[in-house]
Ligand binder design. Structure first.
Ligand SMILES: [Zn+2]
Length: 133
């Protein structure tokens, strides 16, 4: 039906779930993709196929998929030019919003230009057709 496909994969460290999501199910975006930060080949695959990772900093800490002392995935993704967008995984459960995820990112990276570019990236990786028939 020509719809975009996003799949939660690799949230808790199983890199193979990301590869299956991409290679067998044609994912256009990957939810969390935490495991990718430990595999250069997977980060290369995400970059060359232009598959965006939905990075959810607050959720990743609260679910312990990123341990308290570990660096957030976005550091590695920025280093390897992996496309990603900041997302709030579950605002109702966390009682926090996307703004809070932005705040975590900004605190960690001091990269205001990335935040200011988020709307452009979110439009690029959204599944909205900019040129409907
Ligand atoms: Zn999730």
């Amino acid at each position: 039906m020509n719809l975009g496909i996003t799949i939660h994969a690799g949230e808790t460290g199983n890199i193979n779930n990301i590869l299956v999501a991409i290679n067998q199910f044609g994912a256009d975006r990957i939810g969390h993709g935490t495991a990718a930060m430990n595999c250069i080949d997977t980060m290369d695959l995400l970059r060359t196929r232009d598959i965006a990772v939905e990075v959810c900093p607050i959720s990743n800490r609260r679910t312990n998929s990123i341990k308290e002392d570990d660096a957030y995935t976005f550091h590695k993704f920025m280093e390897h030019n992996v496309p990603f967008i900041l997302c709030s995984d579950n605002p109702a459960i966390h009682k926090l919003s996307l703004v809070d995820d932005y705040r975590v990112f900004l605190y960690e990276t001091q990269d205001l230009s990335f935040i200011l570019n988020q709307f452009t990236l979110q439009k690029k990786y959204s599944f909205i057709n900019p040129n409907p028939a």
